[in-house]
Design a protein around this ligand. Structure first.
Ligand SMILES: N[C@@H](CCC(=O)N[C@@H](CS)C(=O)NCC(=O)O)C(=O)O
Length: 220
């Protein structure tokens, strides 16, 4: 064992993506364990019985199993880009609450016996405050990116990807530009690195893999 924190993660999960973005931005290395949600490792459930990803197990045994706690912990250690200077709790709560509620119902109509188009439209409505923010500055809390952008972008990405053609036709051009800058940036690329699902005898895999993707801004 290397003594690195252990991150149980799932590549496409927006909560895990935001945690990985903060780990990258802070330059915090960890040993990553990719999880299949249909076959979660017993080792993860043993430390976090609620069994959601991401989970970060610190070398001293502490367990962080909320994505925002992982972001704050990593950036509290090191925050070269000043992400903690740009935290808007209300905007993040609106994302994690109402936006996520409608996103799930728009994305997974089979799981909810509800009309997904109602929820899709509700999501666009909830993007309007972001559009207003982005009319005033390049990012949600000003010109520079911050924790708020990194916390929300993975969810907007997931929403846009339900039907990118439909999303592009909605009148949220600044949100679209903000998302697209993120999607082509080196930090997003590093955060979306693919890993095979972890098995107990696997050798440790370090994340980030390369020192030079540490601390880069979201949109390069
Ligand atoms: N509040 C948690 C939510 C994490 C969460 O719900 N993650 C999803 C994946 S995107 C999950 O693990 N779901 C469990 C499952 O699908 O079994 C956090 O912020 O970390």
């Amino acid at each position: 064992m290397s003594g690195l924190p252990i991150l149980y993660s799932f590549r496409r999960c927006p909560y895990a993506i935001r945690a990985r973005l903060a780990l990258l931005a802070s330059g915090t290395a960890c040993a990553i364990r990719e999880v299949r949600l249909s076959a979660k490792p017993a080792e993860m459930i043993a430390v976090s019985p609620k069994a959601t990803v991401p989970v970060l197990v610190l070398p001293d045994g502490r367990v962080l199993d909320q994505s925002l706690d992982i972001m704050r912990w990593a950036l509290g250690r090191s925050d070269p880009a000043g992400w903690l200077d740009r935290v808007d709790e209300a905007l993040i709560a609106a994302n994690d609450g109402p936006f996520k509620h409608h996103l799930d119902r728009a994305k997974y109509p089979d799981r909810f016996d509800e009309d997904p188009t109602i929820h899709r439209d509700a999501c666009v409505g909830l993007l309007r405050p972001l559009e207003d923010r982005l009319a005033r500055a390049s990012n949600l809390c000003g010109e520079l990116q911050g924790l708020t952008d990194a916390a929300i972008l993975p969810f907007v990405r997931q929403f846009a990807a339900i039907d990118r053609g439909w999303f592009d036709a909605q009148h949220v051009p600044r949100v679209r530009g903000w998302l697209d800058r993120f999607l082509v940036g080196p930090l997003f690329e590093a955060a979306l690195t693919r890993f095979a699902p972890w098995k107990p005898d696997d050798p440790e895999i370090r994340f980030p893999a390369e020192a030079d993707c540490v601390g880069v801004p979201i949109d390069g």
